[in-house]
Design a protein around this ligand. Structure first.
Ligand code: MLT
Length: 257
């Protein structure tokens, strides 16, 4: 396994640390609204996973959700943060679940956004391999064609689609391919063992991860508040920050320091 690395990140605000982990194939800029909107209650740290955003890598070998989680832990150690609220969207949620398994002593609370705990089915694994091969051959375009249109609820703004497309296109194809294989290999996550407060936010119109399954998954966590986000799909924090930010603020204020 590769060694953990310190990640680049965007930071805003003050007080206890909140770590935001982006989805696939995105970067820290997906959290632009949360960086602004949560700065009064937390030091908001939106990381760029290895190969994404400003976090460059020489090689995309050996990516895994565990390695991504260890990178986040190494970054917190580097900044001098002992405990943080850990939030992840979709693939970022898989990383957050790995973080819980591997670094629970560093977790004050968890926020899951538009994600799921199950490992890939055999069919989904085969799909990951096919997509990874297409991305290696043709670049990021197969993802722009196949995944981008499914990221939003009905009628997303042109601005939102353009901003998300820019994140897709800034991700090196070899990094996107390595992410796909890392997601293929992730295990099931048992959320019933999480013993810190949790919040789950989920777009009502999420086409990639339907909200009913998310509600069931959240129900397995002993202490979890579930918020259905209207007028939003898989990118609920960007699509409807007017609901997501107050929900996160209320949750984080209850969690305290
Ligand atoms: C994501 O948004 O991070 C991906 O949809 C996750 C996945 O493909 O499983």
């Amino acid at each position: 396994m590769s060694d953990p690395m310190v990640l680049t990140y965007e930071e805003r605000g003050g007080g206890p640390a909140l770590v935001l982990i982006h989805g696939f194939p995105l970067n820290s800029s997906m959290w632009i609204e949360q960086l602004k909107g949560l700065a009064k209650v937390r030091t908001v740290i939106a990381v760029n996973l290895r190969g994404h955003g400003y976090t460059q890598v020489d090689s995309a070998d050996g990516f895994s959700m565990d390695l991504f989680a260890d990178d986040v832990a190494a970054t917190l150690d580097d900044i001098g943060v002992d405990k943080a609220d850990i939030c992840g969207l979709s693939m970022g949620g898989y990383v957050a679940m790995a973080f819980w398994r591997r670094h629970k002593d560093k977790v004050r609370s968890m926020i899951f956004a538009d994600t799921k705990p199950e490992a890939d089915s055999d069919e989904a694994k085969a799909g990951r391999e096919k997509t990874a091969a297409a991305v290696r051959e043709q670049g990021i375009q197969p993802l722009v064609d196949g995944v981008l249109p499914k990221m939003f609820g009905p009628n997303p703004s042109e601005e939102l689609v353009a901003a998300t497309r820019a994140m897709f296109e800034s991700t090196p194809p070899e990094v996107a391919a390595a992410d796909l294989l890392a997601m293929r290999d992730r295990p099931d996550s048992d959320l019933s063992v999480i013993d810190v407060p949790c919040l789950w936010i989920h777009g009502e119109g999420d086409q990639i991860m339907p909200i009913d399954a998310a509600r069931t998954a959240a129900g397995t966590i002993p202490d979890c508040t579930f918020v259905a986000v209207p007028d939003a799909g898989h990118m609920s924090p960007l699509e409807n920050p007017g609901v997501v930010i107050p929900a996160m603020t209320e949750f984080l204020q209850k969690v305290g320091k």
